[in-house]
Design a protein around this ligand. Structure first.
Ligand SMILES: *Cc1c(COP(=O)(O)O)cnc(C)c1O
Length: 347
């Protein structure tokens, strides 16, 4: 097994983290005169639990992962930023990432003043496993992968992802924001035997809580401990924890099934249009579509009140729009609008 302590920044390894008086005892005490809060109850006058114990227990049961392996962030974006803050010395270390992929890896690298070495995906967006390994050097601390990948929509083969986890000398982050829509199974089962693996998941997509800002990093308890020491103590607020907890009890399997079904319907409809050159296979809740004139089609949809993501200026995605799967009625509006576009362009 890899010794992950070798990857940790000096300042973080030496850190004395912030602690609260409530960290010093367990059990039921009724009089809280330790945190300079208001004593007048309004539902929000107390600080939230910085360890998010109750919410972690609930997520642990859903994910089948021990609570000590769960980090809860203000969106997975917080977890991405924390990977840099925990492992990468600014201006000294570097990370490797696939491209095209989720834009936040690059932004977080820039904010933390850490070099990011992007390695282009191969033919049909395949994982460039050997090139990713070759891009690393002794200053490389992390590798960012995303599967299913945004914006290319494909999952990478489990054996290749695991080969990278095993052979890469550094932390391997596998962002599974879209895993609930995929046929492939999550890598979370591998964290127990691979301390350098960090699996990111989010409540923002399948779980329908983008507005609440909750993301997860599932990893070795030492990695979770380091990220927890570096995060703001009260990164998840009382209201968010309560609402997330309520929504988690409802489940989303029906919605996920609907979206997967609609994804097939929309993909089939899109493929019929003459201006559509390619509908890429999708394991996510969106479709990447290559069209004859992405900018013109994007403008047409805007005029029709439909906003999609224009990815034509992303290297590797030239001519492509990324289209989220919506409700059946919304998808039908999209197809109607595309029919109008096709008729206009024939005349
Ligand atoms: C949407 C998305 C996320 C989610 O980020 P949050 O901060 O949790 O909302 C993470 N990774 C990828 C690849 C995404 O597309």
């Amino acid at each position: 097994m890899k010794d992950i302590s070798r990857y940790v920044r000096r300042a973080i390894a030496a850190l004395t983290p912030y602690s609260t008086a409530r960290d010093e005892y367990e059990g039921e005490l009724g009089v809280f005169l330790d945190a300079n809060e208001s004593p007048y109850e309004n539902g929000y006058n107390r600080y939230p639990d910085p360890h998010q114990k109750a919410l972690k227990a609930q997520i642990a049961a859903i994910k089948g992962v021990p609570a000590e392996n769960i980090f809860i962030g203000n969106g997975s974006d917080e977890a991405i930023d924390l990977v840099f803050r925990v492992f990468c010395e600014p201006r000294e270390d570097n990370v490797v990432a696939i491209a095209p992929s989720y834009g936040m890896y690059k932004v977080a690298a820039a904010i933390n003043d850490v070099e990011i070495r992007e390695v282009a995906l191969g033919e049909d967006f395949s994982l460039p496993t050997d090139a990713l390994l070759a891009a690393a050097d002794e200053k490389t601390k992390a590798l960012f992968l995303c599967s299913p990948n945004n914006p290319t929509a494909n999952s990478f083969p489990r054996e290749e992802l695991m080969r990278l986890v095993e052979e890469f000398d550094g932390m391997v982050v596998v962002d599974e924001a879209y895993i609930d829509f995929a046929e492939a199974k999550s890598l979370v089962g591998e964290i127990a035997s691979h301390p350098n693996l960090v699996v990111l998941q989010t409540m923002s997509k399948a779980w329908g809580m983008a507005g609440l800002r909750v993301g997860l990093a599932l990893a070795d308890s030492r990695v979770v401990g380091l990220m927890s020491q570096v995060k703001y103590p009260y990164n998840i607020n009382v209201a968010t924890m309560k609402i997330v907890s309520d929504l988690l009890t409802k489940g989303v399997s029906e919605e996920v099934e609907q979206i997967k079904q609609q994804r097939a319907v929309v993909a089939e409809a899109l493929a019929e249009f003459k201006f559509v050159e390619r509908v890429y296979p999708s394991d996510a809740n969106f479709l990447l579509v290559r069209v004859a004139d992405a900018d013109a089609l994007y403008e047409h949809l805007i005029v029709n009140g439909i906003i999609v993501r224009n990815r034509t200026r992303v290297k590797g995605c030239e001519g492509c729009l990324r289209i989220t799967i919506g409700l059946k009625e919304e998808n039908e509006k999209l197809i109607k609008s595309l029919e109008r576009y096709e008729t206009c362009n024939i005349r």
